[in-house]
Design a protein around this ligand. Structure first.
Ligand SMILES: Cc1cc2nc3c(=O)[nH]c(=O)nc-3n(C[C@H](O)[C@H](O)[C@H](O)COP(=O)(O)OP(=O)(O)OC[C@H]3O[C@@H](n4cnc5c(N)ncnc54)[C@H](O)[C@@H]3O)c2cc1C
Length: 311
């Protein structure tokens, strides 16, 4: 069986690894310049900042096994056990940034980056589907797993004859605007190195030094969904965000600031099943909109998608 997976975020890469382990021929395409999707890490000067997912928790045995393996290999460590109070539950981070976990999963797989899927349509040859790339080339497949945000997956299926009505058709996502800032000294976030929901603008502020991701002082600020939607097209975003960030800087000053916008940051509704398949199980939709809007949800959905095809 030949499977093409659209999206090399966590769900797509987990599905690819699982299928490869079952002897399936898998190709992953992603429009991004590198793998990871919302597991994203950026360098500013010599600082390293996570700018998508900030940390993750573990609830399921399957994800715990993956995380234990990452810990054994030095790829993951515990950041803390809660931001305001110690609730006993570990918050994990990728030791070299969250994106390093995607890179680890992608190792040895057939992954084509800078490769944007344009449409999925019935194939003329031996395979059932062609995943058509925006340069006009095609990747033939017996089955296709789409792990993009749902509106993008629906757009890819327009020529396929597969119709997704009902709640799937109206699926929407909250936006997040992020500010990445390097500082000339330590910030004032407190011992845990993270602040959650204690501000009118920001839903999360993370200290990349306290996380153990950066040796240079660097903060990641995520504006909450309401603020992000209201200010999405503002021309003076950097100034606004820097002004909102200032109370959290203590005596430090910002050296460099960059803005990052996530249009499809968080699914507003989570589908009740960990993935969705056509009746013949040749098209599968997966991603965090199916098993929970978190790192663990994406992992669970990727596994479920692979198991749907192997079954
Ligand atoms: C700002 C922010 C903060 C977050 N913080 C946390 C957190 O602290 N803890 C937590 O657990 N979770 C967090 N999350 C959520 C977590 O990052 C996601 O749930 C998870 O990474 C989603 O993985 P995914 O594989 O489902 O999707 P994605 O990572 O979005 O992967 C989808 C991939 O599809 C690709 N793609 C889309 N369209 C096409 C196309 N046409 N052709 C080819 N490729 C395409 C994209 O480039 C992308 O790489 C956060 C997310 C954001 C945005």
């Amino acid at each position: 069986m030949k499977v093409v997976i659209v999206g090399a975020g966590l769900s797509g890469l987990v599905a690819a690894r699982e299928l490869t382990g079952h002897g399936v021929d898998v190709c992953v395409v992603d429009k991004g310049r590198s793998v990871g999707g919302r597991l994203a890490t950026r360098r500013i000067g010599s600082a390293r900042l996570d700018h998508g997912a900030q940390f993750f928790t573990v609830r399921t045995p399957a994800f715990q096994r993956r995380v234990d393996d990452w810990i054994d290999r030095g790829l993951v460590h515990v950041w803390n056990h809660g931001f305001d109070d110690d609730d006993g539950y570990p918050r994990y981070v990728g030791s070299a940034g969250m994106n390093s976990l995607a890179k680890d999963l992608a190792r040895g797989l057939d992954v084509e980056t800078s490769t944007m899927a344009f449409t999925v349509r019935a194939a003329n040859g031996e395979q059932r589907w062609d995943v058509v790339i925006d340069d006009g080339s095609a990747r033939p497949a017996d089955a296709v797993i789409l792990t993009c945000p749902i509106p993008q997956s629906i757009a890819l299926l327009v020529d396929s004859g597969v119709e997704l009505g009902g709640p799937m058709a109206s699926a929407d996502y909250d936006r997040t605007i992020g500010l990445l800032a390097t500082l000339d000294g330590p910030a004032a976030l407190g011992e845990s190195g993270g602040v959650q929901h204690r501000d009118e603008v920001f839903s999360f502020i993370g200290d990349n030094v306290a996380k153990g991701v950066s040796t240079e002082q660097a903060l990641t600020f995520h504006a909450n969904p309401v603020w992000s939607e209201e200010h999405w097209d503002d021309d003076d975003l950097v100034d606004r965000l820097v002004a909102a960030a200032t109370p959290w800087l203590g005596r430090a000053s910002i050296v460099q600031a960059q803005v990052k916008k996530w249009r499809f940051a968080t699914p507003r509704v989570v589908w009740p099943e960990p993935c969705w398949t056509t009746a013949d199980e040749s098209i599968v939709l997966a991603g965090d909109a199916f098993a929970g809007p978190k790192v663990e949800g994406a992992h669970s959905s990727g596994l479920a998608a692979a198991h749907a095809l192997v079954r």
